[in-house]
Design a protein around this ligand. Structure first.
Ligand code: ZN
Ligand code: ZN
Length: 389
């Protein structure tokens, strides 16, 4: 006599025989969402289908069971005649199927892929994830400090179950396997004596609670996808790649777990006018021959608006004027850095006939530049010192 016809577990999940574990999970999750009893008002056919896909999934997700099944079919899972190791395979009843679904998909409610998952320690299990945003700032915003509004893709507490994860009118029950502690202890004997190993409870994944009727809106997670806008205060004087941590503004934890943090990484746009050295800024100022020789009143850009600067007659290339307090604020210290104006005497590349005429006349009467040996480092440094504002 033969039992029911052998099932093709790959065909049941609709995956190829060489499917990766992740694809098997994905295929099962999709089918399970469709046939889950909670979504089918107890429809018997859906319930049967849910049991069958869960059986197929539970075998194919386990490398050892899968390889036994590949070689010997179901017989390889039952052990005995097929010669396989045997895994005590039997057809699931509904509660076994539901438990397997909850074990692997209940806690994260299918939002795993959305946030990239990641391993967390047991203590951290209920804490929501940190959110990272990049905050683009201009130098002017760094100079004054600013408040930025950012739009976040996050999760929020599910309104349908008020964050409990259980269908309205039901509640999570204490896990029977661990009695609510979320841990299982095993006593084992070794040559060194008895020891106790503690691991997360396999039935409730460490939650201590089992949700028999997950909220259909959030699939038991207690949270749903959401977008929100957050205001972030940026203090004056911050630097590129600094980050600001806004505690508690990350993703809320599942089922009223504590929220993660919001981490804003600062991305400060270069201002082509300035070179930044910490709190100090450097501005290159081109001036003409006549401005250098005769002196001039010029406007210097600063992060706080233009400011006038008197260039003295006889200014050399390389002279640096220091505008005190026109640099960036000192973060957390008060006060501001300086703005250094580096003078560059500009030589015209082309001359009009009139300019050329004037330069030739000037050449007749101008003095000679200083002798080479006196133009060492000391000479230029003296000049720079003399003209600091
Ligand atoms: Zn819900
Ligand atoms: Zn448990």
């Amino acid at each position: 006599m033969k039992g029911p016809p052998p099932q093709d577990f790959y065909g049941i999940l609709g995956v190829p025989r060489d499917a990766a574990e992740a694809d098997i999970k994905k295929a099962y999750r999709k089918l399970a969402m469709e046939y889950h009893p909670d979504r089918n008002n107890g429809d018997k056919a859906a319930e049967e289908k849910f049991k069958i896909i869960t059986e197929a999934y539970d075998v194919l997700r386990d490398a050892e069971k899968r390889s036994a099944y590949d070689r010997f079919g179901e017989a390889g899972l039952r052990g005995g005649r097929g010669g396989g190791p045997g895994f005590g395979f039997h057809h699931f009843d509904l509660s076994e199927a539901l438990n397997i679904f909850m074990r692997d998909f209940g806690a994260m409610g299918g939002f795993d892929a959305f946030f990239g998952g990641g391993q967390r320690t047991q203590r951290e299990r209920h804490r929501g994830q940190d959110l990272k945003v990049s905050l683009k700032l201009t130098l002017a915003e760094v100079a004054t400090g600013t408040t930025k509004s950012v739009r976040l893709r996050t999760l929020e507490v599910c309104q349908a179950c008020r964050g409990t994860g259980a269908t309205e009118g039901t509640r999570a029950t204490t896990c029977g396997t661990c009695g609510g502690s979320g841990e299982v202890r095993r006593h084992a004997q070794s040559v060194f004596g008895q020891f106790v190993s503690v691991s997360p409870c396999p039935s409730c994944a460490g939650d201590g609670l089992v949700i028999l009727h997950p909220c259909p809106t959030c699939r038991g997670d207690g949270r749903v996808k959401a977008e929100k806008t957050v205001q972030i205060d940026v203090p004056a004087g911050v630097a590129d790649h600094h980050y600001l941590t806004i505690r508690g503004h990350g993703v809320p934890g599942p089922r009223h777990g504590p929220p993660g943090d919001l981490i804003a990484v600062l991305d400060i746009a270069e201002d082509p006018r300035f070179e930044r050295h910490g709190d100090d800024l450097v501005f290159d100022l081109p001036i003409s021959f006549s401005q250098a020789a005769l002196g001039a009143e010029v406007q210097i850009p600063t992060p706080y608006g233009d400011t006038p600067l008197r260039i003295q007659g006889g200014t050399q290339t390389g002279t640096i004027y220091r505008l005190r307090g026109k640099g960036l604020p000192r973060l957390g210290e008060g006060g501001r850095g300086d703005l250094h104006v580096r003078v560059q005497v500009w030589t015209p590349a082309e001359l009009t006939p009139e300019q050329e005429q004037l330069f030739r006349e000037l050449q007749e009467v101008e003095g000679k530049p200083p002798a080479e040996e006196s133009v060492g480092r000391g000479f230029w440094n003296k000049i720079r010192e003399a003209f600091r504002a």
